[in-house]
Write a protein that binds this ligand. Structure first.
Ligand code: PMP
Length: 459
């Protein structure tokens, strides 16, 4: 008999059985979704503050996308990209390249974020190797940062706690401090931090030998690992200049930031300082289908294809059903003007978060761009002191949020060394009224938390 007990059945069970039991207390069982809301088995409604996993840009149940996938599946379910080609692949990549603009004419599809990050780095390695630059293998990334959970991407991810378990197995890349705007690693302002990190990048390239450095990879707007950190604009011009000077490829991981910042790519905010390769994933499939993409210039891709080619693929790369779904996602985004809308809706949400910050003793910072925002929690706004590990403020706030109809996602980065926060990135279809509802509920959630802390003598 099939067990309907999702908590701890004798066999099978939900995915969270694999996660730390300490962090899965009180997880709701979701049975239904509608627009920006999800509903549990007890009839409670939650506003999806984090769009699933910063991905569900179109919210739940978009008929056009689901129908496009169904229709495609009925017409032609699958054929393998290594031995045939199909139109949905070309239709989707044409749309992506048109949105991405010059320098990103070619789009390689894969099944998700981590896989696309690996594809991007492997593509650059293959390109350099084919052109005779065979010593180029080192990848420099930021600490903290996130680039995925496969063994290769764990090595590029900036997570100080990863080395203990994975160190003997993963190949760890070279790390330099992230240009955090609220906690600058150098100097005391965001700009001084950005200049310090740029100098650290240059020093690291020189130390490793430019002939050995393949790429510098960064998130132009941080995801969960930095809580929507937006580096100072100087950082973009500096890393572009330094990468050019030393012949190091610049890679933007836009797995979260694409579609959310008010432009298709966050890179579009810095048109003079384009990366060589951009990776995206989440917003592209909007959770309707697993997909990721890496984009590069036609010049590079065609040059490599004429040499060795980039002959890697996974079974589900560019499969027709996924391509049709993602093409419909982009049509929805374009026709409903959702990408540009993220700017003015984001400005409204940000203004509400700023006023919550003014009134709350526990909110130290509000940051981000468009609908990719975050709030950082502190015990002391003057000193930026983080709450203790026992309090685990960000997770406690997540739990209180559940009682107030909010689905939050929080992070205490590297034991709180870099702070703790919740990302605030609702679906792009959110209305102004729903933004007010989100902010009202968040305000009450933070009031309850602050009261708890006051009663406990922590504040
Ligand atoms: N890079 C960034 C910036 C991400 O946020 C994520 C996912 N959170 C990934 C890479 C990995 O993507 P996936 O989980 O789809 O493998």
């Amino acid at each position: 008999m099939l067990s309907t007990d999702l908590k701890r059945p004798a066999r099978g069970g939900a995915q969270d059985l694999f996660y730390s039991q300490a962090n899965t207390k009180g997880l709701p069982t979701i049975v239904r979704g509608d627009g920006v809301y999800i509903f549990d088995d007890k009839g409670n409604r939650f506003l999806d503050v984090i769009s699933g996993a910063m991905a569900a840009s179109l919210g739940q149940g978009n008929e056009r996308v689901l129908k496009a996938m169904y229709d495609q599946g009925m017409k032609h379910t699958f054929s393998y990209v290594r031995v045939s080609r199909h139109l949905p692949n070309a239709v989707l990549t044409e749309k992506v390249a048109a949105l991405a603009g010059p320098g990103f004419e070619r789009v390689h599809l894969s099944s998700g974020g981590s896989e696309s990050v690996e594809m991007a780095i492997k593509f650059l390695r293959q390109y350099s190797y084919a052109k005779g630059d065979r010593s180029k293998t080192k990848v420099i990334t930021l600490m903290p940062s996130y680039h995925g959970g496969t063994l290769a991407t764990i090595g590029w991810t900036g997570d100080e706690d990863a080395a203990a378990v994975w160190g003997p197995m993963a190949v760890f890349g070279e790390k330099i401090p992230a240009p955090l705007s609220y906690r600058p690693p150098f100097g005391s302002t965001s700009e001084e931090g950005a200049l310090g990190v740029s100098a650290a990048l240059e020093a690291k390239i020189v130390e490793l030998g430019a002939e050995n450095v393949l790429a510098f990879m960064m998130e132009p707007i941080g995801g969960q690992s930095t809580g929507a950190n937006v580096p100072h604009p100087t950082f973009f011009s500096e890393v572009h200049r330094i990468c050019r000077k030393y012949g190091v490829f610049l890679v933007f991981d836009e797995i979260v930031s694409a579609c959310r910042s008010g432009k298709f790519l966050a890179a579009h905010h810095y048109p003079d300082f384009k990366p060589n390769v951009v990776i995206t994933a989440k917003g592209l499939g909007a959770t309707y289908t697993p997909i990721g993409a890496m984009m590069a210039s036609a010049e590079m891709v065609d040059e490599l294809a004429a040499l060795t080619g980039f002959n890697l693929s996974h079974t589900y790369n560019a499969n027709p059903i996924t391509c049709a779904g993602a093409a419909a996602v982009l049509d929805e985004m374009t026709e409903r003007n959702l990408i540009a809308n993220a700017s003015h809706l984001g400005a409204k949400l940000r203004a509400r978060l700023e006023s919550i910050k003014e009134n709350s003793p526990v909110v130290g910072d509000v940051r981000g761009q468009g609908l990719m925002l975050a709030i950082e929690y502190v015990r002391d706004k003057q000193t930026k002191e983080v709450f203790s590990e026992e309090i685990y403020a960000s997770d406690r706030i997540r739990q209180i949020g559940v009682d107030h109809g909010l689905m939050l996602y929080s992070r205490r980065q590297n034991g709180g060394r870099y702070g703790e926060w919740s990302v605030v990135c609702p679906p792009l279809i959110i209305t102004e009224q729903q933004i007010d509802d989100l902010a009202d509920r968040l305000e009450r959630t933070l009031e309850v938390f602050a009261d708890e802390m006051t009663r406990a003598g922590v504040l």
